[in-house]
Design a binder for this molecule. Structure first.
Ligand code: PBG
Length: 337
């Protein structure tokens, strides 16, 4: 190699900052790492079906199945053993139990209610989070009551409030309204307080976008809207400041934790919410995010462990205090749990 020119040599003599020093060994990289993931950061979403000792794989979510309540308890125990202390439940119901007003959602002997009780009996200290929205129970597949093609906000609140009370009565620790109706956090807070459930918290899906990433979830629950889309209630993916408004309103109405959903395509929103929120911030790595990573991994195009770890790290780095992820057990194992 020829001698570098004087100018180049000069430059190198004056080069004092070499960021690579902090990357030299695994030990120094461990020391300077800014973001640490822990299994305690994760919340595991679980799909519930009725029956005993059964499971149904979900084609668009490799490795994920709908589970009967006994298997849900086993899955929650396993997660708990790995350090994942919280689960979020989503019931999948047969069409016969769906109607326009989501009547089944307040059945004290309903699938969700029975599953909550079972979890509380069998895995006492697991945190049980339940979804408050009409869609799994609605014959229209919408999160709100629909009339002449319109989603009715205020009448929906009454249904959501009753649903939240029923979940709290069954033993839910946190109810998680995912419907995006106006005023639902305050309405549900009032309903819970009034019915003796002041200790039950609200995890608000505050900035929930009308996203194409929910496709596999709607397969899992067979809950896709029969007509139209969810754009009159879920947020426009183009908007960030609007997320701050939703978060501010939810905190004002009594949310204990706010959420941004989906996660990976909305890191800027997570970051902006974290900067202004006075309550903890959750992010949901949704079904489509899971499906993308695992479809590529099945093709041998991506390393699924590495990609799961990197995306979760990115979501936490952006500002999430906790992450709902279907990959929670795998990620916890990766972290050495
Ligand atoms: C229902 C609900 C949805 C998700 C969580 N709660 C679907 C939707 O709004 O259509 C999506 C979760 C996922 O995709 O993993 N209100």
């Amino acid at each position: 190699m020829p001698e570098p020119s004087n100018r180049r040599q000069d430059f190198l003599t004056r080069l004092r900052c070499r960021p690579r020093r902090n990357r030299t060994t695994a030990a120094i990289r461990d020391l300077v790492r800014e973001t640490l993931l822990s299994p305690a950061d994760f919340i595991l979403p679980l799909f519930v079906i009725d029956g005993e000792n059964g499971e149904e794989p979900i084609a668009s979510m490799p490795g994920i199945s709908r589970l009967t309540p006994d298997r849900i308890a086993t899955a929650a125990k396993e997660a708990h053993g790995l350090g994942v202390g919280a689960v979020a439940l989503f019931p999948a119901l047969p069409d016969g139990l769906k109607d326009r007003t989501a009547t089944e959602s307040t059945n004290p002997k309903g699938l969700l209610q029975r599953t909550i009780q079972r979890l509380k009996d069998e895995v006492a200290d697991v945190i049980v989070i339940t979804d408050v929205a009409m869609d799994p129970y609605s014959s229209d597949g919408h999160d709100g009551l629909i009339k002449d093609g319109k989603i009715l906000n205020d009448p929906t609140l009454e249904i959501l409030a009753d649903m939240a009370i029923s979940q709290a009565a069954a033993g839910a620790d946190l109810v998680a309204p995912s419907d995006m109706m106006d005023g639902r956090i305050g309405y549900i807070r009032a309903a819970l307080d009034e019915s003796g459930h002041a200790d039950v918290g609200i995890l608000a899906y505050s900035a929930k976008y009308a996203s194409a990433f929910y496709g596999p979830f709607r397969d899992a629950l067979d809950s896709a809207p029969k007509e139209g889309d969810k754009k009159t209630y879920q947020m426009d993916p183009a908007n960030r400041r609007e997320a701050l408004r939703e978060v501010e309103l939810d905190i004002d109405e009594g949310a204990d934790i706010v959420m941004v959903k989906p996660a990976l395509a909305y890191l800027d929103v997570i970051s902006a919410v974290k900067a202004t929120s006075s309550v903890p911030v959750a992010a949901y790595q949704v079904s489509g995010e899971y499906a993308m990573m695992h479809a590529a991994a099945q093709n041998g195009w991506l390393d699924s462990d590495a990609i799961v770890h990197e995306t979760l790290l990115a979501i936490k780095r952006a500002g999430a205090d906790m992450i709902l992820t279907y990959a929670a057990p795998a990620a916890a194992r990766m972290l050495g749990a």
